[in-house]
Every structure is written in structure tokens, then in C-alpha cells.
Design a protein around this ligand. Structure first.
Ligand SMILES: Cc1cc2nc3c(=O)[nH]c(=O)nc-3n(C[C@H](O)[C@H](O)[C@H](O)COP(=O)(O)OP(=O)(O)OC[C@H]3O[C@@H](n4cnc5c(N)ncnc54)[C@H](O)[C@@H]3O)c2cc1C
Length: 261
């Protein structure tokens, strides 16, 4: 049952998911932030729409041969309420319909978005916040980090292939920042050893912290287990798989879990 996919047509999603609505968004701008990361700006009638940092939208990305109800989830990098715009940061390293839509959809095209979705948001009681993952997690990590009430502390450990992909967040001067970049150096995308070594070398601040992990399914699972072993409580960790190496995400946008036989 772990991998059964619920219906992804709009009426079924609206009936099944609490507190969401469907929005028709027009893609109004595309900007290449780095070799892998694209910024897409979408605009629409967002009256009644509210989201908190870390929330995402289920986008009905086009898929050849489908009825257009195939979903990919993208975190809201920014919600510009004055201009009714939503900004997404999309890692285009993937070779699937989501990545193709981000790279190729014409400016002026329309896409349906359902949301807000997502349970991983900033732990407002934490004294420090550590964000760990790959480029697909940049948008969520930065949206949450930029919501930290100053003074505060944000730590980032990100694995990248190309140093030019280090795109930085916009943080208040009163936020202490530690940024660790791990170069993948040819390791497989499901190899957690690079991020793990960086985490092992990182001294966590004192006081109460919260760790947010996002990225490839096995990497997320492995880092989560190691943090528990290091002594963090499970309530101090949010670990969210965004994709799985060699396996396309399912039609509702979640990665396929590993079947336990
Ligand atoms: C809650 C949630 C929020 C998300 N937010 C964001 C976001 O803000 N920005 C963002 O970029 N992504 C985000 N993702 C991931 C995104 O939804 C897609 O999984 C991703 O864009 C790949 O989709 P695709 O259709 O291109 O590839 P798929 O059809 O899922 O996969 C095709 C192939 O590409 C590979 N692949 C998938 N992703 C990657 C990758 N990152 N690097 C290398 N290979 C890959 C797969 O292993 C597969 O072999 C989020 C996922 C979830 C669940």
C-alpha cells in the first residue's frame, strides 16, 4: 500500500486535501539563477491564498499521453502578495516532466496549481536551524531560513556538482550564518557520505536546534538515521524525500518509497 497513488485529478485532490484550492497560474518570467537552478515566476488570481514558509504547490505539469493531471510539487520560494505572484526555484538536474516544464514552458502558458501543501515549516521555538540537502531543497530551505526571527542562527549544508550553483539566501544582518558546500566530486546522487562527513565535522550550536533535510530519498533516510544516532530527538528533525535516484516521482508528485519485502 505504501506506493499506491491516490487520484490526482483536480476534484479528487480538492475533496481529499484539507485547506487547499486550485489556482490557474500564468508563467510570466523565467531566470537562470545558476547552471542548474531556474527561477520561475507565476501570476494569477490568488485571492484567499495564504501560505507559510516551507509550503509548496502541486503543479499539473504536462505529460505526453496524460490528461494533464500529473503532478509535481514545487516549494513556494516567495509569495509576492502585492503583484499576485509566486516564485519557484527549480533544480533542473532531473530528467523528467517537472524539469522539462520548468525549462521549456512558454512564457504566457498556464498551469494549474493546488495548494498550499506541505507539513514541514519553520520550528519557531528552535534557537538554531540547520538545513541539509541538495539543490531541489534550496527553495524550501531558503524560504524557511528567511522567516527566522532575528536574532537567530541558520546553518546550511548543501551538496552540489558545480560551484556556480551556490546561490545564496537573503538573510537579515542579525542572523548568524554558517554555510558548508559539499562538492559531489563524482559520487552517486544516492550516496550520503559527502553530506554526512560535512555534518560530522560541524559542531552544532548549543541550545535547542532543529534540522530540516530535503533531497534524494536514500540520502534523506541515511542522514535522518545518523542525526538520531547523534542524539537529536525525532521532534527536532524534519526529513522529507523529494525524489529518488533512477525512479520517477509518482503521479501525485511524491517519490516512490523503497518496498520492504
Ligand atoms: C514536497 C516537495 C517539494 C518540492 N519542492 C521542490 C522545489 O522547490 N524545487 C525543486 O527543484 N524540486 C522540488 N521538489 C522535487 C520536484 O517535485 C521533482 O521531484 C523534481 O523536479 C523532479 O521531477 P521531474 O518530473 O523532472 O523528474 P522525475 O520524473 O521525478 O524523475 C526523472 C528522473 O530524474 C531523476 N531526478 C529527479 N530529481 C533529480 C535531481 N534533483 N537530481 C538528479 N536527478 C533527479 C530521477 O531519479 C529519475 O531518474 C519537491 C518535491 C516534494 C515532494
Amino acid at each position: 500500500m505504501a506506493n499506491s497513488v491516490p487520484s490526482t485529478d483536480t476534484p479528487s485532490l480538492l475533496a481529499r486535501l484539507d485547506g487547499v484550492a486550485a489556482y490557474d497560474l500564468v508563467v510570466v518570467a523565467r531566470r537562470q539563477l545558476s547552471p542548474a537552478v531556474l527561477e520561475l515566476v507565476c501570476e494569477g488570481d490568488l485571492s484567499g491564498f495564504t501560505a507559510i514558509p516551507g509550503n509548496d504547490l502541486m503543479m499539473a505539469v504536462p505529460l505526453e499521453g496524460s490528461d494533464g493531471t500529473f503532478r509535481r510539487r514545487y516549494t513556494i520560494r516567495r509569495h509576492l502578495t502585492d503583484s499576485n505572484q509566486i516564485v519557484f526555484w527549480i533544480d533542473t538536474t532531473a530528467d523528467g516532466p517537472g524539469s522539462r516544464w520548468a525549462k521549456e514552458t512558454p512564457i504566457g502558458s498556464t498551469i494549474e496549481a493546488i495548494g498550499p501543501r506541505g507539513k514541514v515549516t519553520l520550528d519557531e521555538l528552535a534557537d538554531w536551524h540547520l538545513f541539509v540537502g541538495d539543490l531541489s531543497f534550496l527553495s524550501a530551505a531558503y524560504a524557511m531560513a528567511e522567516a527566522i526571527e532575528p536574532p537567530g542562527q541558520a546553518l546550511f549544508v548543501f551538496e552540489i556538482d558545480d560551484p556556480k550553483d551556490v546561490v545564496l539566501p537573503t538573510l537579515d544582518d542579525l542572523i548568524g550564518v554558517t554555510f558548508c558546500v559539499v562538492e559531489r566530486g563524482g559520487r552517486s546522487f544516492d550516496d550520503a557520505t559527502g553530506l554526512q562527513a560535512s555534518l560530522d565535522a560541524l559542531e552544532f550550536p548549543s541550545d535547542l536546534g532543529h534540522v530540516y533535510i530535503g533531497g534524494e530519498l536514500s540520502v534523506v533516510g541515511s542522514l535522518h538515521a545518523a542525526l538520531l544516532e547523534r542524539g537529536l530527538g525525532k521532534e527536532q528533525i524534519n526529513a522529507k524525500p523529494y525524489w529518488r535516484l533512477g525512479v520517477a516521482n509518482m503521479a501525485h508528485g511524491e517519490p516512490k518509497k523503497v518496498e520492504v519485502s
